[in-house]
Design a protein around this ligand. Structure first.
Ligand SMILES: Nc1ncnc2c1ncn2[C@@H]1O[C@H](COP(=O)(O)OP(=O)(O)OP(=O)(O)O)[C@@H](O)[C@H]1O
Length: 362
């Protein structure tokens, strides 16, 4: 990390109690900084029941901040999470789309509500995300982590340009093993803690439980797409995502969820290990968020790489403009499970610079 660039900057660290953001505090302390740390409190209404491990998170965060002589403050973003992230998620799933609450959480909460409540007093907001930033031709770009498995640029691709300008990722140039090794060497209290999983903040609860809590169940038929034959029943279309293979639980498969009829409340499935209906090469995206700027002005056909899921692989594609902030994506590879509502994150050809992301609308 280039400590020179941070000189005289006021830095806030988002400290979750996990190992990554704890190593962020260490990295800054090592450079002679003593940032203020913030633990963001989130939790559905009955926090006692749902939020059992957040007490432990806060204890860990408190210990880590104290260890490096930093101040720790708790910022309550519970209402904002519900009003913004949960509402977005439920509206999308109700309409049959596949939303990504983690992506919106970065834009609306970590760099959003938090900034309004406390972050505005700081020049930089540091997190333990696996992503880098680089100044290229005088502009700040989001660039990928050297650790392809941990890379989180896709989760950050919906943040606003002003949010990117304020973002600092002190461990973004490290591999996960290096972060763990640092935590062990420093004997950080959480060095051996498991990585968080699932929905950020709500990480400990299951996604289907989260949806069931707000939307309940709405059973309907599951039909084979090709034959119209009834295969079974579903508990609600919102529990299924196009491309999903696991968790369908019907015999005689494997079955893929390939289509939803929202009006008739029918889930269509196809059979086989790789049914053609589960794949697509061409799809559309809209609401494209440019993280830094539109680098393709004047170009009709643009060579890029992209991903639609949080996996280490990037796919090659050409983009064609289809309107303001909208593109047609023509992938070189067949892509499994292209679902409306999912974000398609777009990178340069070398998948180094992350340009932004748009929502798949097919
Ligand atoms: N409750 C929280 N309070 C403050 N910051 C948070 C909180 N949850 C997450 N963050 C910030 O967002 C970053 C990325 O969150 P993510 O859920 O991906 O956690 P992670 O990769 O497991 O990181 P960590 O090990 O720090 O928890 C964290 O490193 C941290 O900086």
């Amino acid at each position: 990390m280039d400590y020179e660039l941070l000189k005289d900057k006021r830095i806030a660290v988002l400290l979750s109690g996990g190992v990554d953001s704890s190593v962020v505090v260490y990295e800054l302390a090592r450079g002679g900084f003593r940032p203020d740390c913030f633990y963001i409190k989130i939790g559905p209404e009955e926090s006692e029941e749902w939020d059992c491990s957040s007490e432990e998170d806060l204890e860990m965060a408190t210990a880590v901040a104290a260890r490096y002589g930093c101040r720790l403050e708790v910022v309550d973003c519970h209402k904002e999470y519900w009003n913004q992230v949960t509402r977005y998620t439920m509206e999308k799933v109700r309409a049959g789309f596949t939303p990504n609450p983690d992506v919106m959480c970065n834009r609306l909460i970590k760099f959003g509500a938090f900034n309004e409540k406390a972050g505005h007093d700081y020049d930089l907001i540091a997190t333990g995300h696996y992503a880098r930033t680089e100044i290229i031709d005088g502009m700040k770009w989001l660039t990928t982590s050297p650790d392809p498995v941990k890379d989180q640029t896709d989760f950050l691709a919906q943040i606003h340009d002003w949010q990117l300008k304020k973002a600092l990722f002190p461990i973004g140039g490290l591999m996960k093993e290096e972060v763990r090794a640092t935590a062990e060497r420093e004997r950080l209290i959480n060095a051996r803690r498991k990585d968080s999983q699932g929905i950020c903040f709500l990480g400990k609860i299951n996604y289907n439980d989260y949806i069931r809590r707000y939307l309940g169940e709405n059973p309907g038929d599951v039909l084979e797409l090709e034959t119209g034959k009834k295969i079974g029943r579903h508990k609600g279309l919102w529990f299924h995502t196009i491309g999903q293979r696991h968790g369908l639980g019907f015999g005689g498969g494997p079955w893929y969820a390939v289509k939803k009829d929202m009006q008739a409340n029918i889930l269509y499935v196809s059979k086989g290990y790789e049914p053609a209906t589960a794949y697509k090469k061409d799809f559309n995206i809209h609401g494209f968020n440019f993280l830094t700027c539109d680098p393709w002005q004047g170009q009709a056909s643009i060579n890029v790489t992209f991903k639609i899921r949080h996996t280490p692989e990037f796919h090659k594609a050409t983009l064609e403009r289809a309107g303001k902030a909208a593109f047609a994506v023509h992938s070189e590879d067949m892509i499994q499970g292209v679902a409306p509502g999912q974000f398609c994150t777009v990178y340069d050809e070398e998948h180094h610079k992350c340009v932004g992301s748009g929502e798949i609308c097919i």
